[in-house]
Design a protein around this ligand. Structure first.
Ligand SMILES: Cc1cc2nc3c(=O)[nH]c(=O)nc-3n(C[C@H](O)[C@H](O)[C@H](O)COP(=O)(O)OP(=O)(O)OC[C@H]3O[C@@H](n4cnc5c(N)ncnc54)[C@H](O)[C@@H]3O)c2cc1C
Length: 423
């Protein structure tokens, strides 16, 4: 079976590797960029997806430049600890949670796609611009163009749209949907070397009912003991516009103004911002849940299917799970249409629920609640929350995303091999 994937991001590359592991050899990933690359900002990959990356044989390579996250700690603007919990191995998972540079993750996966499936399996400078043919049961075709605009038609038995939040495959399946809706918040982010904070492998989230600052290390320099710290700030658009262009800064000033007085524990924020070589900014956006991901032999995966607000470390995590579930269903079913239906039936309802949960900021909701209930801060968190309330929010979100410890540790493996595939 000939399988074409649009997009060499985390989802598309995970799909290629998962399909290869399931016994499909004719798989090609088409990437719009002239190079396979990703910005070096951080990602947290939750243990459910790390389990899948480990089953694909990637964990050692990823571990070489990553931090195994041990703790999540959330604070209000007064520096009061609202909630802390163990993460990854420390929380009893059999697989770690990884804080990792997304460029390292993408490069490791791309290298493995080339090594396992051949150099020709990864085609760059190939932007999908339209779907051709019928999306009926007889396969499909897609048109790609390079930077010069030269078109090329690719025929395949199956096309997977893993082309991100601005997906062209999604637009072809759902014409008229329009661009992703922004929510009035601006995301600013960067990385800089700094001293370890909290446990040295903690993720810290600070905020109130509108603002957020997230900090975690993604790499450790063993010779100096310093860590590469990833920071992400989310601020209302209006709070970032004025200073940015007026005083020639690129967003550091509003970040410092909003968060500098909060003293993130152990972090010298002013220095971290000063040492950040480049600040990247973009509007916060997601996608509305879709009524269907599949049409004939075309389906969607990752952000193309279910882009969600960045709360709870789930976007990339779930794109890896999509890839593994899709490959497992294709291995089990002889008819691709039936496999795509089974994939969508399993994944779409879960992802719809998760997208909705992330619109109320998923597990970070506890910070919003803390602000509403005690805007002036508190001496003891038990004055503000019932005994089990915070644990229940955390547990409920993990169950929604199916990354709770019990399920991840005990569920059957998604490594399924197609009948008749050579070893
Ligand atoms: C601030 C922030 C923090 C985040 N933190 C986390 C986190 O900690 N943990 C987590 O799990 N997730 C996180 N996410 C979400 C995560 O980044 C995305 O969910 C993830 O990158 C989705 O992967 P993808 O492969 O589906 O899409 P993408 O990573 O967007 O990849 C899509 C690929 O398709 C290519 N492409 C686009 N259009 C075309 C086309 N027409 N033809 C061919 N190729 C095309 C693109 O160039 C790109 O390479 C965060 C997101 C943000 C914004």
């Amino acid at each position: 079976m000939r399988i074409a994937i649009a997009g060499a991001g985390i989802g598309g590359l995970a799909a290629a590797l998962s399909l290869h592991a399931a016994g499909f050899d004719d798989v090609t990933v088409h990437e719009a960029d002239p190079r396979v690359r990703s910005l070096g900002f951080g990602l947290n990959i939750l243990p459910n997806a790390v389990r899948e990356l480990a089953e694909l044989g990637l964990l050692d390579a990823l571990d070489r430049r990553a931090v195994r996250t041990r703790e999540l700690a959330m604070y209000n603007p007064h520096g009061n600890l609202v909630w802390r919990e163990d993460r990854g191995l420390r929380a009893g998972y059999r697989w770690p949670q990884l804080s990792i540079s997304r460029s390292h993750l993408v490069l490791v996966m791309a290298e493995e796609v080339r090594r396992r499936l051949g150099d020709g399996a990864l085609v760059t400078d190939a932007r999908l611009v339209g779907l051709g043919g019928s999306a009926g049961t007889g396969g499909t075709s897609a048109t790609f163009t390079d930077r010069a605009g030269s078109p090329r038609t690719v025929r395949a038995d199956l096309l997977i749209g893993a082309d991100g939040i601005h997906s062209a495959v999604r637009a072809a399946l759902h014409p008229g949907e329009g661009p992703p809706p922004a929510n009035g918040m601006t995301i600013l982010r960067g990385t800089a070397w700094g001293d370890p904070f909290l446990t040295g492998s903690s993720m810290a989230v600070l905020g109130d009912d509108r603002r957020r600052l997230v900090l975690y290390p993604i790499e450790t320099d063993r010779s100096t003991g310093r860590t590469l710290i990833n920071w992400v700030a989310a601020l209302p658009d209006a709070d970032t516009d004025t200073d940015t262009d007026a005083d020639g800064t690129d967003g550091r000033t509003p970040v410092l103004r909003h968060f500098g007085g909060w003293s993130p524990p152990g972090v010298d924020l002013a220095r971290l911002l000063r040492d950040t070589p480049e600040v990247h900014r973009h509007p916060m956006a997601d996608r509305d849940p879709l009524p269907r991901w599949t049409s004939g032999h075309v389906t969607l995966l990752g952000d193309a299917a279910h882009a969600m607000y960045p709360a709870g470390s789930n976007g990339a995590t779930q794109s890896v799970i999509d890839a593994r579930v899709l490959a497992a269903h294709l291995a089990r079913h002889s008819e691709p249409g039936a496999a795509l239906r089974a994939y969508e039936e399993e994944r779409r309802p879960q992802m719809t629920e998760l997208q909705r949960s992330n619109r109320s900021l998923g597990p970070e909701r506890v910070i919003t609640l803390a602000h509403h209930r005690a805007p002036g801060g508190f001496a003891d968190v038990r004055e503000v929350f019932g005994e089990e309330e915070l644990a229940e929010i955390s547990r409920g979100y993990a169950e929604t995303g199916k990354f709770d410890q019990e399920w991840v540790n005990s569920r059957p493996s998604l490594s399924v091999r197609r009948r008749g595939a050579e070893k």
